[in-house]
Structure formats: C-alpha cells, structure tokens
Design a protein around this ligand. Structure first.
Ligand code: 13P
Length: 248
C-alpha cells in the first residue's frame, strides 16, 4: 500500500480533466493505495464533478496563499480550495521555490494555514544538482523540512513529505532506489527526533522525480519510500494506473 499522487502542474484544463477521470475510472481494490491528484485550481471543480462514484481519489491544489482573503491578485486561499473540493495542498514544490522564488518562511506560513483549515499539506523538499555535487543533500533537505515543521507547530496534524531532487524533475533522470532511501531515511530520522519514532513512522514520505511505471516498484520497495509524487507520467490515465499497479 502506497500513496500514489499526481501533480499535473500547468497541464489539463477542465475538459482534459474530465476525460482523464472518465478513462481512469475507479482503480481496483488491489494494492489499497491512497490516491491524490493535484489538478490546476481552475480544473478542480470539474475534477470533483468527474470523479466516478466510489472513487478513492482525493484532490488537492498545487499552491495556496496563507492569508484568508485580501488584495492578493492571482492567489487563492486555503478555504477557497477546500470549498472547491481540495483536501490536500502541495507546499514548497521546487518549481514554486526555484521559478517563483518561494522561501522557507513562506512555506512555513502556507503549511500552517493549510493545517489550520484541516487540509493535509504535502511538503516538498529537494536539492539541486549543484547542491548534490557539493555533498549538501542532507543539509538542504533538513533545512527545508525544519522550516516546514516550524510552521506546523508543536502538535502537527496529518501531513506528508515529498522528496523531489530538483535534478530528477522532468529530466528522465531518477534517483536510484539507494539514493532515494538515503534521503528518505535522513528525513525520517529528523521527523523521529521532532515527533517521536511512532508518529514519524506515520508520516508518508513520497519520492518524486521522473517516476514511471518501470521504476515505481523498485522505489516503493524501499523501507522509507511510502509512495510517489508523479509529474509528467500522471497526465496519462494509462501510465498513472500502471504506476499504481507497480507500487508496493
Ligand atoms: P516529473 O515526474 O515530471 O519528473 O515531475 C515530478 C514532480 O515535480 C512532481 O511534483
């Protein structure tokens, strides 16, 4: 059993969203996975309307603002996302950090706002290629995790972490299962130090970065890889279903 999540990024308008869910249907009981799909916010209502009865798929948004409302042109609030049908929110995706300049402090505020409204944040962390080459993987991902945990406060509710090495996103290059396990193990240790070992075990840590049907099995076979966050290969219902079928 794994968490199988799809981040559609800036793909899939309402009509394509409807077509996706019509074809994806209701995934079989085999695997008992938890499914989460993050369509563009504009397609969320159509996703809700298109989910077949009995579908276990949950929906989320890819970004929110931490304020409840106000003069923030182009932003959406957590309560708007919730009203439209989101139960999950991606926070601190590498594209938000590196393309749009999102800071650790902003990630902390967003994580707090998401939890205050009862939604589940999926906190994304990951190093660039330069940082990996400089041997700074642990330093970077722990800094990012610590900032998010600071936003969650003393008694965090449910949340997930996604380890997405920046150099593996959209490049076809995937972290080896050993590299993924090493980073996930580092994150789990820090979670255990902050929350205690039992609660840390209950925090799903997903791997993201060029996940495909051919590598999802070996990645999720590793102890601390509890699921996948899939970009490009989640846009096609056939490959998303094949990834789910491969996940352990
Ligand atoms: P790809 O699967 O396209 O590499 O994207 C990964 C990702 O960024 C998911 O959030």
């Amino acid at each position: 059993m794994a968490v199988v999540a799809g981040n559609w990024k800036m793909h899939m308008g309402p009509a394509e969203t409807e077509a996706f869910f019509r074809e994806f249907g209701v995934p079989g009981a085999g695997g008992g996975h938890e499914y989460v799909v993050f369509p563009p916010a504009l397609s969320l209502a159509r996703a809700v309307a298109s989910l077949p009865a009995g579908s276990p798929v949950r929906l989320g948004v890819q970004n929110v603002h931490w304020e409840e409302s106000g003069a923030f042109t182009g932003e959406i609030s957590v309560s708007m996302a919730r009203e439209a049908g989101a139960t999950f929110v991606l926070v601190g995706h590498s594209e938000r950090r590196h393309v749009f300049g999102e800071t650790d402090d902003e990630v902390a505020r967003k994580v707090r706002a998401v939890q205050d409204h009862g939604l589940t944040p999926v906190v994304c962390v990951g190093e660039t290629l330069d940082e990996r080459r400089a041997g700074r993987v642990d330093e970077v991902i722990l800094r990012q995790l610590d900032a998010a945990l600071a936003g969650l406060g003393d008694d965090p509710g449910r949340f997930m972490v996604a380890y997405e090495p920046v150099w593996a996103i959209g490049t076809g290059e995937t972290a080896t299962p050993d590299d993924a396990q090493a980073a996930h193990g580092t994150l789990r240790e820090r979670l255990a130090a902050q929350l205690g070992p039992e609660r840390a075990r209950g925090v799903p840590i997903l791997y993201g970065g060029s996940v495909k049907p051919s590598n999802a099995g070996e990645l999720t076979a590793r102890d601390d890889v509890d699921g996948v966050l899939v970009g490009g290969a989640s846009l096609d219902p056939v490959s998303f279903a094949a990834i789910a079928a491969a996940c352990r």
